[in-house]
Design a protein around this ligand. Structure first.
Ligand SMILES: Cc1cc2nc3c(=O)[nH]c(=O)nc-3n(C[C@H](O)[C@H](O)[C@H](O)COP(=O)(O)O)c2cc1C
Length: 164
């Protein structure tokens, strides 16, 4: 967690009042890797946030956040990752009007429904009134691959511009 006092010392002034959550569901650690990369980068830029694995998250707490950075891998031909799916079922009645979000996730393009979980996240939060603040990030195969690391870095640059 980055202290609010640190925030006042940063060169670039990010949205200080936005409570930000990185919430991710990951079975084999790929989407977790991306979530941790996002978190490290936000920390470096003194953007305060919580980083939480969906398996350890109390669904109703999602109401406490203004900015949601939501990640899920895709399993079983186009479904959300299981822990993320459980949260998803618990928040169906929440109104996300005025909240902001962006989505990310890992998948494998050899499957017909490539990164469908990311599409599911986008569709749900948009239907619930949230504003998508940037393009979603879809990672094909291992996020540790050099080409994917570049994708993540470029996506983060865009994201930080949106948060500024
Ligand atoms: C049984 C099985 C089903 C899968 N289904 C899909 C799919 O429908 N779409 C997709 O893009 N990737 C699919 N994948 C690939 C995973 O999403 C991919 O391995 C991802 O990196 C896992 O991320 P995680 O470790 O964060 O859970 C599937 C993998 C397995 C083993």
């Amino acid at each position: 967690m980055v202290n609010r006092t640190d925030l006042y010392m940063c060169d670039k002034c990010y949205n200080l009042n936005m409570k930000t959550l990185i919430l991710y569901g990951s079975l084999t650690g790929n989407t977790q890797f991306v979530a941790e990369e996002i978190s490290q980068d936000l920390k470096k830029n003194k953007i305060e946030h919580d980083l939480i694995n969906a398996s350890e998250f109390s669904p109703q707490k999602i109401k406490d956040y203004d900015m949601l950075i939501l990640g899920s891998s895709t399993w079983d031909n186009g479904h959300l990752q299981y822990d993320f799916e459980e949260i998803f079922q618990e928040i169906q009645d929440i109104d996300f009007t005025d909240k902001k979000f962006v989505a990310f996730g890992c998948g494998d393009s050899s499957y017909e429904e490539f990164c469908e979980a990311v599409n599911i996240i986008e569709k749900f939060w948009e239907t619930k009134g949230a504003n998508k603040i940037g393009e979603s990030l879809k990672i094909d195969s291992f996020p540790q691959m050099e080409s994917n690391k570049v994708l993540i870095k470029d996506w983060l640059t865009e994201l930080k511009n949106k948060l500024a």
